[in-house]
Design a binder for this molecule. Structure first.
Ligand code: SAH
Ligand code: SF4
Ligand code: F3S
Length: 450
């Protein structure tokens, strides 16, 4: 390839881990066309805005960012391809081109394997290209192997979409129906990642534990079985999976937490609410006690398992008593980490038009109260780690000279003074201090596990 054919791509990623994964894969798809990475959008021949529609004024945020990118495009005399991808693109479709006619390509999360063709069409047509239909083919069958290594830790999407239709959520509409990738292609991608230096893989799915596949001889596999296969990959030190739904937490998956040392003892299991009334209105199809029972089983399987969760306050119909049930569930369970949100009305979802919308003031107050409790639990969990010896997988250098940084099994950032040659390996670390956003440690023993 000649120098003049080299082009630069900048991807802006909002939203969940799956969007992070998708952004990487979009870069992989465009690499054969000569696109390499651009650090800033100002330097780019193509900019992709990979969007999220989950909460708040998602569309407004997109249009304001597009306004900024329009100026960059104009400054380059129009020589910039501007693409909008992800869940807002899927939800808004042609509306984006009406409000931002300078956008060249609008594409949904299930069509990005066709990007090269879209780029060619955009160049030819002089008009905009839009691809937001759910295609009959599976994009994973058309993606190249990842060209650029993801690093010591990597994401791997194994399942996409959702059939659960929680009352508040846009995902079933933006990502489409639940679909599982085949075990063979997942294991191939995992081995490829490890060959590029990855030591920890997080399996991703909107409902990752709804994953199902086929092993040899037509045998049906669930996520627990897939994890057992993953654990056989040499040099893969750590495995995680996210995000799980309580309804799909089957016994084999719980047993995998007991049996597989590489499976990290940290689980993100969103519960949303502790009130059965609200859970039913949310169409979650589990009760607060179902969640408690699952947590008990998990902790029996793996005593050191730490939990993380998502909560929504102010879902339509939520009363003070319902909110108190949520506080009680949090107190009963004890979370190492949690994300909590004010209910946000999403266009086209059942809850958006439901009676009993909660006032902004009530949502604010409940959120503050819940977050204070969750912060307290997180602080207690982190403080409880001081004095322990924990394995840390080093992922890069720290902020200060001579420092290296990594993650504990519980995803806590840990830093210490140590040689950069340890990056990509796991070592035992004594935790000596608990800082606001990280733990400090000292090296106990270089394990050099990989
Ligand atoms: N698939 C995952 C989560 C998907 S979205 C699951 O089933 O739990 C991530 C989180 O965003 C959700 O867990 C929920 O807590 C939050 N969320 C989704 N829609 C929301 C809305 N309309 N308002 C506020 N929070 C929302
Ligand atoms: Fe959304 Fe519910 Fe599906 Fe999770 S399970 S993606 S919250 S509809
Ligand atoms: Fe957002 Fe779509 Fe992920 S709405 S949270 S980017 S699935």
């Amino acid at each position: 390839m000649t120098e003049t054919e080299r082009k630069r791509l900048h991807v802006i990623t909002w939203g969940c881990q799956m969007n992070v994964y998708d952004s990487g894969r979009m870069a992989d798809v465009l690499a054969p066309l000569g696109y390499g990475p651009a650090a800033e959008p100002d330097d780019a021949d193509m900019v992709i805005l990979n969007t999220c529609h989950i909460r708040d004024k998602a569309a407004e945020k997109v249009f304001s960012e597009l306004g900024r990118l329009r100026k960059l495009k104009e400054a380059r005399g129009g020589r910039m391809i501007l693409a909008v991808a992800g869940c807002v693109a899927q939800a808004e479709g042609a509306e984006i081109l009406v409000r931002a006619p300078y956008v060249d390509i609008v594409l949904g999360p299930q069509t990005y394997h066709r990007l090269p063709e879209m780029v060619a069409r955009a160049a030819r047509a002089g008009g905009a290209v839009i691809e937001t239909d759910f295609p009959p083919e599976d994009k994973f069958d058309h993606l190249p192997e990842s060209a650029t290594p993801q690093g010591v830790t990597a994401f791997l999407t194994i399942q996409e979409g959702c059939d659960k239709f929680c009352s508040f959520c846009v995902v079933p509409y933006t990502r489409g129906a639940e679909q599982s990738r085949s075990a063979a292609t997942i294991l191939r991608e995992a081995r490829h990642l490890v060959s590029q230096g990855t030591r920890e893989i997080t399996l991703l799915g909107q409902n990752v534990n709804a994953w199902h596949g086929e092993g040899g001889h037509g045998e049906g596999w669930g996520l627990g079985r897939l994890l057992r296969e993953m654990a056989e990959i040499p040099d893969l030190l750590r495995i995680r999976y996210a995000t799980s739904h309580p309804r799909d937490m089957d016994d084999d998956l719980i047993a995998a937490h007991r049996d597989i040392p590489a499976l990290m003892p940290f689980l993100h299991l969103p519960v949303q609410s502790g009130s059965d009334r609200v859970l039913s209105a949310m169409n979650r199809k589990h009760t607060a006690d179902d969640f408690r029972r699952i947590v008990d089983k998990l902790r029996t399987a793996r005593a050191d398992l730490a939990l993380s969760s998502d909560f929504i306050v102010g879902h339509p119909g939520e009363t003070e008593a319902d909110f108190e049930d949520t506080m009680r569930l949090v107190r009963d369970t004890g979370f190492a980490l949690a994300y909590s949100f004010k209910y946000s009305q999403r266009p086209g979802t059942p809850a958006a038009g439901a009676p009993g919308q909660v006032t902004e003031a009530d949502k604010d107050r409940r959120l503050q109260e819940l977050q204070a409790l969750l912060r307290e639990q997180q602080a207690a969990f982190n403080a409880g780690c001081v004095g322990l010896e924990l394995p840390v997988l080093f992922t890069g250098t720290g902020r200060h000279p001579g420092q290296i940084a990594g993650r504990s099994p519980f995803l806590q950032p840990v830093h210490l003074l140590g040689s950069a040659s340890l990056i990509g390996t796991e070592s035992l670390v004594r935790i000596v201090a608990n800082h606001p956003n990280s733990l400090a440690g000292t090296l106990v023993q270089e394990r050099r596990t990989a």
